[in-house]
Design a protein around this ligand. Structure first.
Ligand code: MN3
Length: 201
């Protein structure tokens, strides 16, 4: 079955002023749609059509580059939309808060290290909070549309929180100021969704 663009769980303007409506609309309806269209074209008539996007990522070394780039693009953006929301931000609670304290010392240190992972990713890519293969929380970044689920990833694990640091994610509003975009991101993080992902990781 062909992959389809997931509906955003909020309006394009819902993350204003931190992420502007025009950026959200282009990012979701054009960029994410293009990854899906190209992924569907790349897997048409192959066995990959029967696989979930997670299983495609986990076995990405067996796939052509078009599936790695566009399948990663579909998985990453689907996660990204859901780990943001209106009336979000603030601090994580409960089990997630405790796991962040255990792994990083405290929330501010986690935010600083995560922001650095996004800011120092050269060119296009993503910053991640993951549950690593050792079951501990960790921060990493990936180039292009790679992600930590992929068997080719330098640091592997289950993604909990994703941040898109491609220029298309922020350029209209922030131009070259990637660190300002990353600071603003904390105001729209849906920690409840991140906590849910931790429970099933
Ligand atoms: Mn993007």
């Amino acid at each position: 079955m062909a992959f389809e663009l997931p509906k955003l769980p909020y309006e394009y303007a819902a993350l204003e002023p931190h992420i502007d409506a025009r950026t959200m609309e282009i990012h979701h309806s054009k960029h994410h749609q293009a990854y899906i269209t190209n992924l569907n074209n790349a897997i048409a008539g192959t066995e990959t059509e029967k696989m979930s996007i997670e299983d495609i990522c986990k076995n990405i070394s067996k796939q052509p580059m078009a599936v790695r780039n566009n399948g990663g693009g579909h998985y990453n953006h689907s996660l990204f939309w859901n780990n943001m929301g209106p009336n979000a931000g603030g601090a994580p609670q409960g089990e997630l808060a405790a796991a962040i304290d255990t792994a990083f010392g405290n929330l501010d240190t986690f935010k600083t290290q995560f922001a650095a992972a996004g800011a120092t990713r050269f060119g296009s890519g993503w910053a991640w909070l993951i549950v690593g293969t050792d079951k501990k929380l960790a921060i990493c970044s990936t180039p292009n549309q790679d992600n930590p689920l992929m068997d080719i990833a330098e640091t592997k694990g289950t993604p909990l929180l994703a941040l898109d640091v491609w220029e298309h994610a922020y350029y209209l509003h922030y131009q070259n100021r990637r660190p300002d975009y990353i600071s603003a991101f904390w105001n729209v993080v849906n920690w409840e969704e991140v906590a849910k992902r931790l429970k099933t990781a």
